[in-house]
Each structure stands twice: as structure tokens, then as C-alpha cells.
Design a protein around this ligand. Sequence first.
Ligand code: GUN
Length: 293
Amino acid sequence: MYRLIDGKAIADQVKAEIAEEVKQMVAAGKKRPHLAVIIVGHDGGSETYVAHKVKSCEQVGFTSTRLAFEDTITEEELLAEIDKLNADPDVDGFIVQLPLPKHISEQKVIEAIDYRKDVDGFHPINVGRMSIGLPCYVSATPAGIMELLKRYEIPTAGKRCVVIGRSNIVGKPVASLMMQKACPGDATVTVCHSRTKDLKEICLQADIIIAALGRPEFLTADMVKPGAVIVDVGTTRVPDATKKSGFRLCGDVKFDEVAPLCSFITPVPGGVGPMTIVSLLKNTLLAAKGEIY
Ligand code: GUN
């Protein structure tokens, strides 16, 4: 029988730990950690994520600021807003919710953020530090995955780990963390993508599969070795008339047929998703404590 990795329960547990630490900081006369979030335009997904981020800040006792701009804002104006946050001593960390409108360069925006306040961990300095194991902000989804593996005490040392997907925000960093000399880590990592040959054969060798390609129900039972650990990072919205929102979230794993084969598996929703916001909160706490400089 497989075990479900309950991301919601772990996220609640970590939030309670953060809330306790904040309480002690405030009792000791320190200021509350402060996260600012910039959102541009009205992308439905982004608005939902940002609302969750703001609400989570409240739950752990952080101060939060939501700065919303219309998608008519110019790149120059947005960069000026970033400079203001960089210079604001009250703001410990901030993020610019992606995606941005096409006329704004995401890379320019990411590089404009002071890396010491880059709690998304997207700045090249943080990415570089992460890849060589230095103190840094690790981006939210990879950090959330590592936290789940740690809290469920899932062995990773010497295991064969296959990452499907090579995005800058999930595939590449999680592959890097899984191969790092650490616990969790120390795995033998293979990164697969749209040009990979013999994907099924490679997956069948895996003790751990991290599916992060964004293709609903891509990973099927014939690709999974019995006893494997499956981490599903997919969050594609698919139309569903039975839901109030009109859609449901669909993972990259065909859960019903894959789950019976596994030792551990993350559900969608309720697996990796809830952990991502918790990682952002943890990074903001690190920022407030001045631990990354
Ligand atoms: N869009 C999707 N995921 C993320 C994230 O982790 N951070 C930001 N800033 N934007 C996102």
C-alpha cells in the first residue's frame, strides 16, 4: 500500500513553527518579518497565488504589502518600483509575481531585485549560490519538494532520481539539490526533457521520479518501477464543469494507475503546491533575520 505525501499537513506544521518563531522575535522586541508582493495585470492564476501568499503571511504573523499595477505599466516604471523596495528598510523580502506582460523583460526584472531581498530565489546570484551549496534563497517549489522528502524521511542517498522537465524554476534547481552532498540529496540524478530518447526506460530505472513538465497525466503506470517515490509538480488547469471555478488542477502523473505501484506519492492538489508558499515564508524569515547577505 502506498503512502500519500500530505503537503497540506506538512505546510500547516511548518507554518505553525514559523508563527512560533515570529511570536518569539516580536516578544524580544524585533520587528515582524515583512514580505512585499508585486503583481502586474489580472492573470487569474497569479491573482489566486498572490492572495494565498498574502493570507499565509497573516497566518504566521508577517506584515505583507501587495502592490498591484495595471498591465500598462512600463518596464521602466516597474524597475523604479523595484528600486523603491530594494531601498525600503522595512521590507525584508519581496517578489514580482510571474508571468509579466510581454513588453516587460522578466530577466531584467529578476536581476533588478537586490539578491538579499530575492525571497523567490530567482536572481542569478541565488541560483549560482544554490548550485554550489552556499547559503542562499532556494526557489519555492524545489525547496518545498526537499522539505517533503526530509519530513517523510524518504531515503535519497545513492538513489536513482529522474527529473522530468528542465525549467529554471523547478527542473534545473531540484536536480541540482537532489545531487548535492546533503540530506536529502546525494542522489544519482538524470534530467529528462522533450528531446530525451527512451524516456520510459529511463523512468523505469528510477527510485524517485520528480515530474515537472506541465503535461497533465503524462507519467503512466508503464513508466514506473514498483516501490518508486513519485513527486508530482504539475498544476495544469483543466476545464471541469462540476467545480465552482470551472476548472480543476491536474498533475503530471496519472495518479489512479500510478499510485498503487508506489511507496510514496504526492497528490494534486495537496502535495507540492501547499509547500511552495511555505518555502516563500521560510525565505522571508531568513531575510528578516539577515541570514543571507
Ligand atoms: N509564478 C509561478 N510560480 C511563481 C513563483 O514561485 N514566484 C513568482 N514570483 N511567480 C511565480
